[in-house]
Design a protein around this ligand. Structure first.
Ligand code: HEC
Length: 123
């Protein structure tokens, strides 16, 4: 364990350049909730699983977790165009394209829509 902690810290720093735990998440939403969510569309699910998911189900990355509506609400207020631009250009601890180099804007939009609304109970 003694060796693992500094390693994890390093990994975390490398991933987020800061290890910011405060991602705006509130309430009981957890990584476990997040990990169960996958887009219904198989093509989108494949993209999500190989890129976005590795960070957006891990709170230590500082990312808004998939399905955590409270964390996504202030992000969505920026507007979809701004969010897509921020994915393409990289944003905070998120690398450019969210690691999906061949995704287009429409796919990013669908992924953002999924991540911010997945698991949402009927209104
Ligand atoms: C290497 C980790 C990582 C990956 C991979 C990743 N993200 Fe992120 N993402 C983050 C982090 C960290 C933040 C929060 C950045 C901040 O607020 O400083 C974030 C924030 C976001 C935001 C909010 C941006 C804003 O303006 O508030 C969107 C949208 C987003 N990610 C979409 C995606 C999509 C879509 C994918 C997959 C194609 C993806 N991310 C892949 C780490 C990642």
């Amino acid at each position: 364990m003694r060796k693992i902690v500094p390693l994890l810290t390093l990994l975390c720093l490398a991933l987020t350049a800061g290890c910011n735990q405060d991602n705006g998440a509130t309430g009981a939403f957890s990584e476990n909730n997040s990990a169960t969510l996958v887009p219904a569309d198989p093509d989108l699910a494949a993209i999500y699983n190989r890129s976005c998911r590795s960070c957006h189900t891990v709170a230590a990355t500082g990312s808004p977790l998939t399905g955590d509506r409270a964390a996504w609400a202030p992000r969505l207020e920026k507007g979809m165009d701004v969010l897509v631009d921020n994915v393409v250009g990289g944003f905070g601890g998120m690398p450019p394209f969210g690691l999906c180099m061949d995704c287009d804007a429409g796919q990013f939009e669908a992924l953002i829509d999924f991540m911010s609304t997945a698991g949402r109970a009927a209104p």
